[in-house]
Design a protein around this ligand. Structure first.
Ligand SMILES: Nc1ncnc2c1ncn2[C@@H]1O[C@H](COP(=O)(O)OP(=O)(O)OP(=O)(O)O)[C@@H](O)[C@H]1O
Ligand SMILES: [Mg+2]
Length: 269
């Protein structure tokens, strides 16, 4: 059984240096916390540093200021890097491997025996509704199906920390709902600490226990909201008054921040 791990972010900053241009301050003084067994959504304008934050968590980038730590809930001690799985924005499947080989790849790296690897991969493939496609190659799948392979590849690892960068972007509404539901159940029962980057306010409210709203670049935390709407949440939830209030609160903040981001992108800020 995996340990419950919280992620603590304190005074986190990251500046990308450039030889020819001015440096890009991607993140500035970010403070927040991600709890185990919960889905925390990160929402904010394009370019505000959401993917950068996930890359720091994954260990692919080092912060220039502050820190991001993993804390074991049981002991309160700072943990080593926990078992992590990631679904990136571009779902990098191996084109030369079949669906089942892609899904089982991480297990193979981890030295899981073939029979167990196969059984776990089939279970994950079933969870994303791709049974029958085990032996197809990525090029034979639609964009949405590839994305589901990416999600299966993360689920199969039963990770302590699950990082999701707009994982549902290319999916049709129906599949999206089914997978969103499965994701919240999985996180709740497994104690996984999940960070979900999304551009969809609806997705954030339906899926998350907490929503962190980020400012335009340089990304800072401008609001943190606990979502207490009862589960299971569904399309019907979007008719609740509490949903409307949350939506308005987040929409208002994002509108201001997106305007700001557009000014920066167009070189006016
Ligand atoms: N490797 C890099 N080198 C230089 N600048 C970078 C690098 N990666 C990202 N950036 C810049 O850092 C800022 C934050 O990028 P990031 O990808 O984290 O944004 P994001 O919030 O994930 O955006 P989106 O919603 O569009 O995916 C952007 O201005 C981006 O151009
Ligand atoms: Mg991104």
């Amino acid at each position: 059984m995996s340990a419950a791990v919280a992620i603590e972010v304190e005074g986190l900053g990251l500046t990308f240096a450039s030889q020819s241009e001015a440096p890009t301050i991607a993140l500035q003084d970010v403070n927040c916390r991600f709890e185990p067994g919960k889905v925390t959504a990160l929402i904010g304008p394009s370019g505000c540093g959401k993917s950068t934050l996930l890359q720091i968590a994954r260990g692919f980038l080092n912060p220039t200021r502050g820190r991001l730590r993993f804390v074991e809930i049981a002991s309160g001690k700072v943990a080593e890097r926990p078992a992590m799985a990631t679904v990136w924005q571009a779902f990098n499947l191996f084109p030369w491997l079949t669906v089942i080989e892609n899904v089982a790849f991480g297990l193979e790296l981890a030295g899981v025996p073939r029979a167990e690897r196969d059984a776990r991969a089939r279970k994950a493939i079933l969870a994303v509704d791709l049974n029958g496609f085990e032996n197809k190659f990525p090029r034979q799948l639609s964009g949405g199906m590839r994305q589901r392979v990416g999600i299966a590849r993360a689920l199969v690892m039963e990770p302590e920390v699950l990082l999701l960068d707009e994982p549902f972007g290319a999916l049709d509404a129906q599949t999206r709902l089914v997978l969103q539901e499965q994701l919240s159940k999985l996180v709740e029962t497994s104690g996984t600490t999940a960070i979900l980057v999304t551009h969809s306010i609806e997705e954030a409210i339906l899926l998350a226990d907490k929503i962190i709203v980020m400012s335009a670049r340089p990304g800072r935390v401008c609001d943190q909201i606990n979502v207490t709407l009862p589960r299971p949440r569904s399309y019907a939830t979007t008719h609740e008054p509490e949903y409307a209030a949350l939506f308005d609160r987040i929409y208002g903040q994002l509108r201001d921040e997106v305007m700001q981001a557009m000014i920066i992108e167009s070189g006016g800020g």
